[in-house]
Design a protein around this ligand. Structure first.
Ligand SMILES: Nc1ncnc2c1ncn2[C@@H]1O[C@H](COP(=O)(O)OP(=O)(O)OP(=O)(O)O)[C@@H](O)[C@H]1O
Length: 237
């Protein structure tokens, strides 16, 4: 069995009186891409936030690279090598592309080739062309690419991507899929929340389907594509 970089068991979380996650179990192997799927409100974003410590877990365990991280502050979790890209872009709009990348720079773990702007520009060619442009003058899709590139400058072992394809033009969605596949080639594990089955099928090895705050189905991406009953039960509106 491939080594697990992330292991979540019985994770519970919510907002005030609202319970949202009722015991989420999932794992991610090193270098694997898994898609967390499910309808609006199923708890995908909440799961990623609770793993990252942006929302305090109310129960359960989150192990990352062999250490328990449930309850740690988000910056500590990031320093351990778990990257997080939220749905809303987080970049410094007054800084240029190149400056935004520098802000994200952190050393790589022993034995790993560190990310540099030049290596990232080979994955995100459109960023290379606008390296001296202020981020405020970029489109939403370009800003989303920059957010991912900046996260990679921190040399994470694994990355959580919240709805990476949402709201992007088709040509940008294709570039985003290529970027995720390059991350996989580099040995980075990716857990992404996704509603777009085509995008998930293009990048993910495995799917996990959430419904009402629990993982209700998991299997290979091919199995999900072939199983109309499962898709109808958990995905189609
Ligand atoms: N800040 C918040 N305060 C209160 N309730 C929230 C908050 N954020 C999310 N929720 C609720 O938690 C539930 C799960 O939301 P979540 O965003 O995790 O779903 P999702 O599967 O990511 O769906 P979507 O694709 O719509 O974002 C929903 O019922 C939502 O209304």
């Amino acid at each position: 069995m491939a080594e697990r970089v992330l292991e979540v068991a019985g994770l519970r979380a919510g907002y005030g009186p609202a319970e949202v996650l009722f015991g989420v179990d999932l794992h991610l192997a090193r270098g694997e891409v898994a898609a967390l799927m499910g309808r609006n409100g199923a708890g995908k974003s909440t799961t990623l936030k609770a793993i990252m410590g942006l929302l305090a877990p109310r129960g359960g365990s989150v192990r990352f690279a062999g250490a328990e991280i449930a309850g740690l502050a988000p910056f500590r979790i990031a320093r351990l090598g778990l990257g997080y890209v939220p749905e809303e872009r987080r970049i410094f709009t007054e800084l240029t592309v190149a400056e935004n990348l520098e802000v994200g720079r952190r050393g790589a773990a022993a034995g790993r080739t560190p990310w540099t702007p030049e290596r990232l520009f080979s994955i995100f060619p459109n960023l290379a062309e606008m390296r001296h442009r202020r981020a405020s003058a970029m489109s939403g899709g370009e800003q989303q690419m920059l957010t991912i590139a900046r996260t990679l400058m921190g040399n994470p072992e694994a990355v959580l991507l919240d709805e990476p394809s949402e709201g992007l033009a088709p040509v940008i969605v294709e570039q985003m899929a290529e970027a995720v596949l390059r991350m996989k080639q580099e040995g980075i594990a990716v857990l992404l929340s996704e509603q777009n089955l085509d995008f998930a099928a293009a990048v993910a090895d495995r799917a996990l389907i959430l419904e009402k705050g629990e993982v209700r189905w998991q299997g290979g991406m091919d199995d999900l594509e072939a199983d109309e009953d499962v898709r109808r039960a958990f995905l189609t509106v």
